[in-house]
Design a protein around this ligand. Structure first.
Ligand code: GUN
Ligand code: ZN
Length: 439
């Protein structure tokens, strides 16, 4: 049995933290430890207690004085957009047409797909992200390459090939039947294989014909346990175009409702400009609004109203994500920093504890995977990030004035990035320090 005992300051959330002083919302041990055995968390608590449980001869990795948290979860990200990130000067629809779609055509080449999948997961791990909900390109082989790479690393992913059969160049189009058949084959090959899960992925209403939307609905009916991921209400021109394409619909959300795509495993990227009716429809179905702050700022899409959605009579389930390559950083710390600023522009604040709840347990609950990841609870998978709040000279200096855990977390979010990620464990194995630096 492979065992490893991590010593450090352990932090795991129990529920939503109401304020920066909400001590009951988390479990924290100043001299804490996590015992990992065969890819799972076997015990967590004070070092003295866990070391006794671990028994003699167990290898100890001393991470003191760093923080040990559950690995971060990125709830919406595009694998084929690593070479799209930082493309200048366009709003959503032009950005897709000018940069994104041409780049995604390259993923017809399986070798290219495998190379980018490898570099993508390396980049995720370097930044402390251990689980992603990812979009691959339209090509079946791009999803195969991604799942193969994730499976080799024993990394949990939720992913799918995008279904898209109109309003894009021919190199990124499939057909209704082709997208159905490819999705079926990918589900059969990959869903439930190790830690891989398939997500039915119609890109968005604009790039699917009604026939393809029907196919996506059929897949959802045939596989009710699968996630569905798509985009909703990101940009005003996008919303207007959906109304031209589906003139019968009450609003953008109604299109997905009509085709049976709204449910408690539906991840809807962006959801910035929802009407009250649309927000009600999401709340009633249990669908998840995925907040992608760096992307929304970069593309000038708008300000996601996090607290409006949380506090309404029928609250929305919310996740957060990078949305690389519309998003501008792989780091979930950088993402929550921008989330804080977007929320500030809406006249509110997100308390630092809530931020880290969201990154870990909150995103896991939104993705319905909190039985496996997002906490340090015994029995769950040992996906862990180790953070150093003194990673840079500027952070080190600022730490001289820090008195509370919440302040330290806020500093890590405001100034931190991959440099603050000391180590990452994926299913109990060190994954950052063991990475090939030449890769
Ligand atoms: N809407 C449809 N496709 C995309 C995409 O790749 N990125 C973003 N940000 N929005 C989209
Ligand atoms: Zn996206």
């Amino acid at each position: 049995m492979s065992k490893l005992l991590l010593r450090g300051r352990t932090l795991s959330f129990l529920r939503w933290p109401d304020s920066a002083d909400d001590r009951a919302s988390y479990a924290y041990e100043e001299d804490g430890a996590v015992l990992m055995a065969d890819g799972r968390i076997a015990a967590v608590g004070s070092y003295a207690e866990v070391a006794t449980k671990a028994g003699e001869g167990v290898k100890v990795v001393d991470h003191r004085p760093h923080l040990i948290l559950p690995g971060f979860i990125d709830a919406h990200v595009h694998v084929p957009q690593m070479q799209v990130i930082a493309s200048y000067g366009a709003e959503l629809l032009d950005w897709l047409n000018n940069y994104t779609f041409p780049e995604e055509t390259k993923f017809i080449d399986a070798q290219h797909g495998r190379r980018i999948a490898r570099l993508f997961l390396d980049e995720m791990v370097r930044h402390g992200t251990t689980t992603v909900a990812a979009y691959c390109s339209v090509h079946r082989q791009s999803a195969e390459a991604f799942f193969a790479e994730a499976h080799d690393r024993n990394m949990m992913t939720i992913a799918g090939k995008v279904m898209m059969d109109r309003n894009a160049p021919s190199g990124v189009l499939d057909t209704p039947q082709g997208s159905y058949d490819d999705t079926k084959a990918l589900i059969s090959d990959w869903h439930g294989k190790g830690r891989q899960r398939y997500a039915i992925t119609p890109r968005f209403a604009i790039t699917s014909t009604p026939e393809q939307m029907e196919m996506a609905g059929a897949l959802a009916r045939e596989h009710p346990d699968l996630h569905i991921q798509t985009h909703l209400s990101e940009n005003h021109a996008e919303i207007a175009f959906t109304q031209e394409l589906y003139p019968w619909s009450r609003d953008y959300t109604d299109i997905y409702e009509h085709y049976g795509l709204l449910g408690s495993r539906t991840l809807l990227g962006h959801c910035i400009h929802l009407s009250e009716r649309e927000a009600d429809a999401l709340a009633e179905s249990g669908a998840i609004a995925v907040f992608c702050p760096t992307s929304n700022l970069f593309l000038g899409s708008g300000l996601f109203d996090y607290h409006r959605y949380r506090r309404r009579e029928k609250p929305l389930r919310i996740a957060t994500a990078t949305d690389v390559g519309g998003g501008t950083n792989y780091s979930m710390l950088r993402t929550m920093d921008e989330a804080y600023k977007v929320i500030a522009l809406n006249g509110e604040k997100l308390n630092p504890l809530a931020s880290y709840w969201q990154l870990t347990r909150g995103n896991a609950e939104a993705l319905s995977i909190s039985d496996r990841v997002g906490t340090l609870e015994p029995g769950t998978d040992a996906d862990i990030v180790v953070l150093n709040a003194r990673a840079t000279p500027g952070m080190n200096l600022r730490m001289e004035r820090i008195e509370t855990l919440a302040e330290e977390l806020f500093l890590l979010q405001t100034l931190g990035d991959d440099r603050a990620v000391v180590e990452v464990y994926v299913a109990g194995r060190p994954a950052k320090s063991t990475m090939d630096p030449a890769a």
